[in-house]
Structure formats: C-alpha cells, structure tokens
Design a binder for this molecule. Structure first.
Ligand code: ACK
Length: 408
C-alpha cells in the first residue's frame, strides 16, 4: 500500500498548538493534587468517625473492679483505696447467722442485715443475692464508687466480705434508717420537725454537690430518692445505694442509654423519654425529694381532693396563687420557719423544671440555700398534667424501675 493511501486520523488542532503540552501537564498536576486532597480528607473523616464511635460517652464502671476470692482482697481500680476485709465467720457471728430478725430490708442487690461486731460497733451488711445477675453488676458498681468517695453526707463503706460464693459489703449502721420511713409514715413523720427536714434537705444538697463537682470524679447517682437517704443518730442525711451510679469524664456533661434505670416519680423527663441522663437529671430527683420532704407526700401516687394535680403540679398551682406555704405538712406547722419553707419550695420548683437547661446546678442550689438573695422565677414544672409521666415499656421491680426504650 502506498504511503499516500494511508488515512491518518485527524488529530485535534489544539494538541499541535504551541504551549498545549504545558497546559496538559498543568491540568494533570491540578487533577492529581485535587485527587490526593480528596483522598486525605476522606481518610481523615473515616478516622475521625471511627474514633468517635469507639470512645464511650460514659465510663461504665464494670471492668476496674476485681474480686479476688483466694486472697480476700478487693481492688477498686484505684491504688490509694484500701478496704478492710471481714471474714465470713465474723460477719455470720455479728448477724446471728443472718437471722431473720436481723434483717433490715431488701436493698438494690439483696438483703441488708444489722450486725454487731465484737468491739461493739454496729454495722449494716448488704449481702449479694446469689440468684441476681443484675445484682452482681450493682454490687461491683457500689464498690467502685462508694469506696472512693468520702463525705459526711454519703454513707460510709467499712469493708467487704468475699468468701466462697458469698459477697457482702459492710457499712456503718444508720440507726434511724431511711428518710422515707419517716416522711411518709403518719406516726413517725411527727418525729421530724422542720429544722430536721431543713438540715436533711441541705445535707443532701451538699452530698450531691460533692458527687457532681467536688469529688475526684463527676458522678451521677441516677436513683436519688427518699429511701436512698439514710439518717444517722442525729438525723443527718447520708446518700446511699450507688448501684446505678455512673461516672463521667471531665468534660462530658450527659450520656444516653437505652436501659433507663431509676424510680418512677423521680425520673427527669429527658431521661424517662429519651434516655438522656446528666447531673441535671439528679437535680430533678433532688427537686422532687425537696417537695416530698416539705409536704410529707409522695410524688408518685399523690392525689389532691380538689383537682387531678400531681405533687409537682399542686406545688406549682399554690406557688402561682401565692399560697405555697399550704404545701407544708400539718405536722410541721408549729416548728417551721416560714422563710425557709418558702425558699425550699421555690428551689424545689426550680429543680423540677421541664428542660434540663432551666434547672440549676447543685452548686447554685447550695448557694441559694446559703445566701438570702432573690431567686429566679420558676416556670411551670415538668409532668404538669397527671398521667403525663411516660408509662410506655415500664417494668417495676421492688420500687426500682427499668425501662427499655427504643431509639427514635
Ligand atoms: O428503710 P430501711 O429501714 O433502711 O430499709 C432499708 C433496707 O436496709 C434496705 O436498703 C436499710 N439499710 C440499708 N443500709 C443501711 C445502713 N447502713 N444502716 C441502717 N439501715 C440500712 C434501709
């Protein structure tokens, strides 16, 4: 075939234009740089998303607690925390072999017994129920927290006893037992006058402030209620039962759970509905507790002859009508200091605000009690209408409520 017969495909003119090679190279360089940039950004985004997913929002204190049977020692995951170990023989003897008449009641993870040691010291022994799996988790949680915390308004853990299949925690004995056995009892409630109640409110606030802010860790109790406030010989309050408590990292403010645990009547709305808990959900429970202490009425199951208000709604209505002092239980009318009663109810209403952001922190609460200045005006509290407390998926076991909520 003659060379002249060959058809040479036409080549775009631009390729032959002077400088077109340079232009092509520039395009290649720009496209390459852009591709690399996009890839780097993509890799960084994937790494960020992966790390975020890996980091837990709340430290669930399961692992650091180790119970070593053979050596009868207990590690709390913290070097400077030493707990005394008690032998099973000693504890059995002190409780008369866990006699029925020594039983004080049922706690979060099992029965509680009164004991007297050889040196005359009175103790309360919490015995882990062998059949409860949930109990073991709560037992470990309790050790983890209470062993590290020391405050005059927290119950004191003296030691432990772990032998064979027995696991027990030993506390100082609180002769006056729990607050609910006084304030909701028609006869015993008259034994708590206003000054006792005001001291209990104040002491509980200080104990909670310590948990939220002043201890080495930020701890949310998650089950603050009248039956978890124990009273010592002088009626000073001690917060107890850390089986459901959670520890937060330094800059973490809230966490989410699908497993809402706590007690009906004390649960903050965002926790009960969305599973979001924070120090402000404890503040809500504290607010309910204050209104219960002042009124002598349980929030859960409250009924008022005139309307269908719950305790929070009743307190709010009286507050709006300027008659809030009527909330005070009849048994305290003679002993009360009206300004303290009004201030307590006002602070209680601020604590039960619907939105967590509208509730004060415990440090503000303590300041409000300590100083005499004007208080911010509360808005209508949460769960205003009776029956508005969400009842979906609620399972109640011994006053402890567990709900499993589906994510939205
Ligand atoms: O209201 P209570 O008589 O006081 O019944 C409960 C029961 O045990 C189950 O928690 C009582 N209790 C718990 N810890 C102590 C303690 N350290 N001192 C005295 N009683 C206690 C509580």
């Amino acid at each position: 075939m003659a060379v002249s017969d060959l058809t040479i495909p036409s080549i775009p003119e631009s390729i032959y234009k002077p400088g077109s090679n340079k232009k092509r190279q520039t395009i290649i360089v720009v496209v390459s740089i852009l591709s690399i940039l996009v890839m780097v950004i993509l890799i960084l985004a994937i790494l960020y998303a992966w790390r975020k997913k890996k980091r837990p929002q709340v430290i669930v204190p399961d692992e650091p607690v180790q119970i070593i049977d053979e050596e009868y020692t207990m590690e709390t995951g913290d070097d400077d925390t030493e707990l005394s170990s008690f032998s099973l023989t000693k504890i059995s003897k002190s409780t008369n072999d866990f006699a029925n008449d020594k039983k004080l009641g049922e706690g979060g993870f099992g029965p509680v017994y009164k004991g007297v040691l050889d040196d005359g010291r009175e103790i309360a022994v919490k015995r882990l129920s062998k059949t409860s799996r949930q109990g073991l988790g709560e037992f470990k949680n309790e050790v983890k927290f209470i062993a590290k915390l020391q405050h005059r308004n927290l119950v004191k853990l003296l030691g432990y006893c772990i032998q064979g299949d027995e696991s027990m925690l030993i506390y100082e004995y609180m002769p006056n037992k729990s607050l609910d056995s006084f304030i909701f009892d028609t006869i015993k409630s008259s034994l708590l006058d206003w000054s006792d109640r005001y001291r209990i409110i104040h002491g509980t606030a200080r104990g909670l402030l310590y948990l939220h802010q002043d201890s080495r860790f930020k701890i949310v109790h998650r089950d603050l209620k009248a039956s978890n406030i124990l009273l010592d010989v002088d009626m000073n309050p001690k917060i107890s039962d850390f089986g459901l408590a959670r520890m937060f990292r330094e800059h973490e403010n809230e966490a989410n759970t699908n497993n809402v645990v706590g007690t009906l009547g004390y649960l903050a709305p965002e926790y009960a509905v969305d599973g979001t808990f924070s120090e402000k959900s404890d503040v809500f429970s504290f607010g309910v507790l204050v209104l219960e202490i002042v009124s002598g009425k349980k929030n859960r199951g409250f009924s008022h002859e005139k309307d269908s208000d719950n305790l929070l709604a009743h307190a709010w209505r009286l507050f709006e009508e300027g008659m809030v002092v009527q909330l005070l239980g009849a048994e305290m009318r003679d002993s009360c200091v009206v300004s303290e009663v009004l201030r307590s109810i006002h602070i209680g209403l601020l604590c039960v605000q619907h939105h967590a952001k509208d509730r004060p922190t415990m440090s503000s609460v303590v300041l409000m009690f300590d100083k005499e200045g004007a208080l911010p005006r509360p808005k209508q509290p949460a769960f205003f209408a009776k029956g508005s407390v969400p009842q979906r998926n609620l399972v109640s076991i011994n006053d402890i409520t567990m709900t499993t909520l589906e994510p939205r």
